[in-house]
Design a protein around this ligand. Structure first.
Ligand SMILES: Cc1ncc(COP(=O)(O)O)c(C=O)c1O
Length: 451
């Protein structure tokens, strides 16, 4: 099996993803309320005005230790625009009730808002139907769901799950648990020095034993954009199903699950300008249909007797209990927010700020950038001399600059580079070159402190 075309995920390709539905001739999602062509997240007629974007995020006006906040921790969690905050506030003021159950007006409003958000999510990733869009509590929840339903039923001793060395713990540990439960084996494709998945290693590890391939779209620790099209194609040729962890991808560029041809795609609302505690699992409908439920409880059933319980249709079979309704309303508002801006221009802006940050960091003596893949988005991970990243983070905080320091829930990546932690500056649509100037000035202070 040959995996070629390593450049297929280059930035220009990613920019085009917004038009993927048209180019690939993919189908338009079906479901209540869809209008023809609604899957097209085209940038036509939309704008990206950085001053207006910054004004949309009230927290950016916050002072931290008396200094203006410079928020460089969006890969951890993004900030929320006014429209998301307002949508959730409005929901609790005017529509709060449980969904799918009661006959009263508030319940109707809540149900409409909740199911409306599902339809927005369906269009957002160009899923073919709202039935293939399960609302979860986040990326971690979606991966565990797939491991414990699809994985638990399909895997047996001798089977293999293939991940990459770049994965977040959320895309490692659920598979380890699954392997312990089923007797399957976890395989890991290595990464090269710059932090790209070694496609030869990946190819060598793929075999008829590989049942599941689980890979991130974008690495949270290094920002590498993985060549997931080639990975998906190769995995399918080997007969495996593919789960893509899109937690760090959807905040930066448009994703089209039909064009990608993945089997499962998961992401979290809180990294894409929505609230915490909500997320999306896209699954191929035939797979979701065949999978047993994840959790038992209200809403996921068709009928219950002590002799036999039957399950609800998709996607409700996987949504037991009262969900985070207010959070899902916020997720819908975050999708509206992203849909309203020119995402092609937004990505170009973010890429410019990342390139500027990478360039300016060279001015700071004794820095080492961890992760220099050819195709990166949103993340600059680095070290300064012998300074412990945590100490650097504390000094930066005193200057009003929020970064994350540590292993970024990706200990194997740290081990690969022989470090225990890095300083990670990560970008959102609201960051500017001025934010980077502030970071570089503050790093000069760090150098003073550490001599
Ligand atoms: C690539 C990746 N996968 C999974 C996760 C876990 O996301 P959550 O904590 O929202 O479930 C994260 C969070 O940082 C991530 O960056």
């Amino acid at each position: 099996m040959q995996i070629t075309d390593k450049a297929a995920n280059a930035p220009a390709e990613r920019l085009r993803q917004g038009f993927g539905a048209q180019e690939a001739g993919a189908r338009t999602p079906e479901g209540p309320g869809f209008s023809p062509g609604s899957a097209t997240p085209a940038s036509q007629g939309k704008r990206f005005d950085i001053a207006a974007i910054r004004a949309d995020f009230p927290i950016l006006r916050e002072l931290v230790h008396g200094k203006p906040l410079v928020y460089l921790d969006s890969a951890n969690t993004s900030q929320k625009p006014e429209s998301v905050i307002r949508a959730m506030d409005d929901y609790y003021r005017h529509a709060n009730a449980n969904i799918h159950r009661a006959t009263h007006l508030l319940s109707e409003r809540a149900t409409q808002l909740y199911e409306g958000a599902r339809l927005k999510a369906t269009r957002f990733i160009n899923a073919p139907s709202h039935r293939s869009v399960v609302l979860t509590t986040g990326t971690t929840d979606g991966i565990n769901l797939v491991a414990q339903t699809y994985g638990r039923t399909m895997l047996k001793p001798g089977d293999e799950v293939l991940v990459s060395w770049l994965e977040h713990h959320s895309n490692i540990v659920p598979w380890q648990i699954l392997c312990e439960q089923t007797g399957a084996t976890l395989r890991v494709a290595t990464i090269n020095e710059v932090g790209e998945i070694d496609l030869d290693s990946f190819e060598q590890l793929l075999s008829a034993r590989t049942r599941i391939v689980a890979v991130s779209h974008v690495s949270n620790a290094l920002g590498t954009v993985n060549p997931i099209r080639q990975i998906i194609r190769a995995a399918h040729q080997a007969g495996a199903v593919v789960l893509i962890d899109g937690a760090q991808a959807v905040p930066h560029f448009a994703v089209d699950v039909q064009e990608l041809d993945c089997d499962f795609y998961v992401f979290s609302s809180h990294k894409m300008y929505g609230p915490t505690g909500t997320g999306v699992l896209y699954g191929r409908q035939a797979l979701l249909d065949a999978m047993p439920p994840y959790r038992g409880g209200g809403d996921m059933i068709a009928s219950v007797t002590f002799e036999k319980t039957t399950y609800n249709q998709l996607p409700y079979k996987f949504e037991a209990g009262t969900p985070n309704i207010g959070g899902v309303v916020g997720l819908g508002a975050a999708i509206d927010y992203l849909n309203a801006i020119d995402r092609v221009a937004a990505l170009a802006h973010e890429d410019d700020v990342l390139a500027y940050a990478t360039e300016r960091l060279r001015e700071v003596p004794d820095t080492r950038v961890i992760g220099q893949a050819r195709d990166k988005t949103g993340v600059l991970s680095f070290m300064i001399g012998d300074a412990h990243p945590h100490d650097v983070g504390t000094i930066l905080d005193r200057e009003g600059i929020a970064v994350r320091t540590g292993q970024h829930c990706a200990q194997p990546v740290m081990d690969r580079y022989g470090v225990t932690a890095t300083i990670r500056a990560s970008l959102g649509i609201y960051n500017t070159r001025e934010d980077i100037d502030a970071l570089i000035t503050a790093l000069a202070r760090v150098r003073e402190v550490f001599g």
